[in-house]
Design a protein around this ligand. Structure first.
Ligand code: UDP
Length: 257
């Protein structure tokens, strides 16, 4: 599999319940992206860390390894941010869904080429149209929906390589997108940055709404999502377990000090 070049500047990497995460803010994340596009020899992966992933990783040796070797691990979930603050790290949330459009703005400014893979055909097409309108000058050089057969992967890889994209967004949800990256990144000849963006295209198009800003500011985006997609309630139970385990670890640490 492909990992980022060792020459690039990395933020400090710490861990929350044994899951690695980077102490990075939006500005540093964008500097990392720019640096990777200039200097990376292989695609640098950008992945989001949230409480659900903590448990997905714990039970999955492949994901553990893939996350350890990622280029950038975003403090995407507010639970992660609070856990880091309890460790004395001064971090703010960097949502993957916020970083993705910021990368698009950077790419529009610098002329970097983008390929967007994932989501349904309608969402993918509409998201590309909206990004083209929102960021004049953006160079989205290729796109594909996320429902291609495994037998079509060679074609997809060839399509991405022909497009000469430097930035690849993969929107297949977790852990599908990480698995795809693991299997295919080292066959991509021009991609320097690959971000797993989950359901971000759905929020760009509006088929899934993001929480209103006041809720985002109150760190209640998870609650909004729960009401909007009740079928995800099971996934959010991880948050309860996460809070309990972080609190228990903290009490043990304080007890030792
Ligand atoms: N998706 C896809 N191919 C698949 C399964 C899912 O492209 O085989 C897309 C789906 O259309 C949606 C995204 O992956 O746009 C999953 O979003 P979700 O919010 O579940 O991801 P998360 O951010 O929670 O990982």
């Amino acid at each position: 599999m492909a990992v980022e070049s060792v020459m690039m500047q990395r933020p400090i990497r710490v861990s929350v319940l044994n899951t690695p995460v980077d102490c990075v803010d939006m500005a540093a994340a964008l500097r990392y992206v720019d640096d990777a596009i200039q200097n990376a020899k292989q695609p640098a992966t950008i992945l989001a860390v949230n409480p659900e992933k903590v448990y997905a990783i714990r039970d999955n040796a492949f994901l553990q390894d893939f996350f350890q070797r990622a280029g950038l691990l975003l403090p995407d979930g507010i639970g992660i941010v609070y856990a880091l603050r309890l460790q004395g790290q001064r971090v703010a949330r960097v949502a993957g869904a916020d970083l993705m459009p910021m990368i698009c703005a950077l790419a529009a400014e610098k002329g970097y080429k983008i390929f967007i893979y994932g989501s349904s055909e309608a969402v993918n097409r509409e998201a590309v149209e909206r990004l083209n309108t929102r960021y004049p000058g953006i160079r989205i050089v290729g796109r594909s929906n996320g429902y291609r057969q495994s037998t079509e992967m060679d074609d997809l890889v060839a399509h991405i390589n022909r497009s000469e994209a430097e930035i690849l967004f993969v929107a297949l949800g977790s852990p599908r997108q990480e698995q795809w990256m693991f299997e295919h990144l080292d066959r991509l000849s021009t991609v320097k940055v690959c971000q797993g963006i989950g359901g971000t295209l759905d929020t760009i198009v509006g088929t899934v709404k993001r929480a209103p800003l006041f809720m985002q500011r109150l760190h209640l985006e998870w609650l909004f999502r729960l009401f909007q997609q009740p079928s995800r309630a099971g996934r959010q139970l991880w948050l309860v377990r996460f809070i309990w385990e972080v609190a228990r670890d903290r009490m043990r640490t304080v007890g030792r000090d």
